[in-house]
Ligand binder design. Structure first.
Ligand code: TIH
Ligand code: FE2
Length: 297
């Protein structure tokens, strides 16, 4: 469960159709009027979109494309050094543009032939059940805005760089795609809020912030590490624990800072055997047992 901060800035839509994104005081764009107006504009496109319509096209500005270029350029050598080979192979197969922000339907057209996933637009936070339910159908809800240009190396708030460079490259791997889909399908079996939260937390410490041993080195495969060139420099120095479902599903964490505790799989087979089998088989009852709150005998 996360105890500090909120992942996405809240979005509100008025009856007159105006959409507002409420950036917190600590957001680097809080005092930047032009950035705020742009966030409102991009959120409005997603708010007025509905399934079946063409994905909103965003005319990215030179400054936004520049942020994408800077982050792509900084991430490239760090991926080579620190990303797990499964992610690197998927990234090489996907071939995202590095010089400009892609449209979400372009991202879908690249991923679909590889693993069948597609991207749809989200204004910001998507309710847990809706987000995971879509994962179960191989659909990824993605924001379309970019992080503030003053802090390209890390943002606590997921942006299109995180969703596409982090998750998109990951979802281009059949094995990571399968794990993600299994998490989505698990959500449809769970009725309790506690079960749903536990699932989301196991997902956080695997597909978002997972690390894995490979040839004696600790590599990253989590999308949240792989979209931040700041966090890529730090993760290997954090406290590294072996995979442990009860811990992964219940420790408290702060989403606004580099993750100080990470869970490492021995290899991809172990990730599938522990986290994959959990996603494939979990029920409200099995999660209650993992949480140590099983029905008394
Ligand atoms: N911290 C990530 C980044 O800077 O790209 C974004 C996030 C991933 C998961 C939570 S926040
Ligand atoms: Fe994410």
């Amino acid at each position: 469960m996360f105890t500090e901060g909120q992942l996405y800035s809240p979005v509100s839509a008025d009856a007159d159709g105006s959409v507002q994104v409420h950036l917190g005081e600590n957001h680097p764009g809080f005092k930047d009027e032009a950035y705020r107006a742009r966030r409102n504009e991009i959120a409005a496109a997603a708010v007025s979109w509905s399934p079946g319509q063409p994905i909103p096209q965003i005319a990215y500005t030179d400054q936004e494309n520049e942020v994408w270029r800077i982050v792509s350029r900084e991430l490239a050598p760090k991926h080579e050094r620190h990303a797990h080979s499964e992610y690197l192979a998927a990234k090489a197969a996907l071939k995202l543009p590095t010089d400009r922000v892609p449209q979400l339907d372009e991202v879908s057209a690249l991923i679909e032939p590889l693993t069948g996933w597609s991207y749809i637009a989200a204004p910001g936070l998507v309710e847990l059940r809706q987000f995971y339910g879509a994962l179960g159908r191989r659909v990824f809800h993605s924001t379309q805005y970019l992080r503030h240009p003053s802090e390209p190396l890390y943002t606590p708030e997921p942006d299109i760089i995180h969703e596409v460079i982090g998750h998109g490259n990951q979802l281009a791997s059949p094995r990571f795609a399968r794990l993600t889909e299994a998490a989505g399908q698990a959500s449809m079996r769970l009725e309790s809020e506690e079960g749903m939260q536990f699932l989301a937390d196991v997902f956080w410490f695997s597909m978002e912030f997972g690390v894995m041993w490979e040839d004696g080195d600790l590599k990253a495969y989590g999308a949240g590490i792989l979209s931040s060139y700041g966090e890529m420099d730090e993760y290997a120095q954090m406290e590294i624990r072996p995979l442990d479902l009860p811990q992964m599903g219940s420790i408290n964490y702060d989403i606004t800072a580099y993750q100080p505790v990470l869970f490492a799989a021995q290899n991809l087979d172990e990730l599938e055997e522990v986290v994959g089998v959990f996603f494939d088989t979990c029920t409200d009852d099995s999660i209650a047992a993992l949480r140590g709150v099983g029905t008394p005998a």
